[in-house]
Design a binder for this molecule. Sequence first.
Ligand code: 4AD
Ligand code: MG
Length: 453
Amino acid sequence: MHALIRHLLRAGSPQGAVTARGWVRTRRDARGFSFLELNDGSCFASLQVVVDEGTPGSECLPDLTTGASAEVEGELVASPAKGQSWELRATRIALIGHAGPDYPLQKKGHSLEFLREIAHLRPRSNLFGAVFRTRSRLAHAVHRFFQERDFVHVHTPIITTSDCEGAGEMFRVTTLKGDLDANPAADFFGKPAYLTVSGQLEAETFACGLSRVYTFGPTFRAEDSNTSRHAAEFWMIEPEMAFCDLAGDMALAEEFIKALALAMREECADELGFFERFVDKEVRRRLDFVIERPFQRVPYAEALQILLGSGREFAYPVEHGRNLQSEHERYLTEEHFKAPVTVFDYPRAIKPFYMRVNDDQETVAAMDVLVPGIGEVIGGSQREERLDQLEQNLARQGLRPADYWWYVDLRRFGSVPHAGFGLGFERVLMFLTGVGNIRDVIPFARTPGSAEF
Ligand code: 4AD
Ligand code: MG
């Protein structure tokens, strides 16, 4: 609607008839006329419509209740009312679709939990309109960021037969009935297949040919963790660069996060204002924090010393050889460094087979990018490009080189140092909007026990 008004204003004087369509937010009847608040989700603002008694079609007014859809023809005029520049004086009005009194989205504020139960209607609420306009613009900003830097977009497969992360959290895809393991060769692909947990291995093959590539697609993890930051289906952006080491990888990751925060501030200003007012007072401060402060880089071992020396009681123990938990990550970025933080050189034992082993043989060239409010938004690494070392890594993790023959081949023919990372799109949206639960930044959340819509 606002988009419509903008368009009309740009075209010059808003003379002549315009047609507006949308859903009724409210209707107020006064003596001799009615006000309708019509919203079409193209922006925050609703359009105020003034319908005089006797306007053609006005006999449908009693049916224009909250949630009904309507079409109004009229003239856009400067509005005498506060808080809006324009209103529409109706010359004809029509009901498009009824909404009964049981329409669940009434004017009063609803809890996020309630809105999740009506996920098919929540796009009509202010909050979800704002979240999903933001999501759309940020998706565009992701492509722009990589396209401007000559990265090639690769659509990696959703069905795969290899476990990239080696964590065994894969959803099986099968056409078999009954005992799935009795004869896997009889399955559709002739062997067990799964929904991908990451497009990385495939992206690496393209980077080792096109140099700089990125993927942007859905990934699936059958982790049984019902937290506010884990989804079973989420979108990941995975750039991969040939002729690149860990330092180059960290530099790109940090630049990327800053670019997204800047895009949020500049291209979603109305939405940001709304999030700041109604969702999280601190959201803009955290954005500025990430845009303005240089990233701090710290090796895992040093991060551990900081945590151990913090005097803090953490719910999860801080121990060498364990993954950092989000409370640890948040302490590092929010309290210790007071800056966004990149932790690197993690213990080899807690990381997947593809990461490049450092000279100490104990750590790998891995990195995680941490931001306030969330913790890890990016995980990445330099990849093991040495054939013998990669084969050793596979063996160490109980994986068969034969199952990864094509991946191993990259190390046999013109192997090059290369590196990349994965950014969880929903995690970064949580950071940018201040929305505290991953279920509320994805159109239809898939979490354990829940895939209704
Ligand atoms: O750290 P992860 O597991 O790394 C990878 O998958 C690598 N293959 C990436 C690469 O190097 N190309 O996942 C990357 C990011 C995490 O930092 C997090 O933001 C997000 O994906 N993520 C999830 N987001 C939502 N729900 C989940 N269950 C997630 N698991 C990971
Ligand atoms: Mg990770």
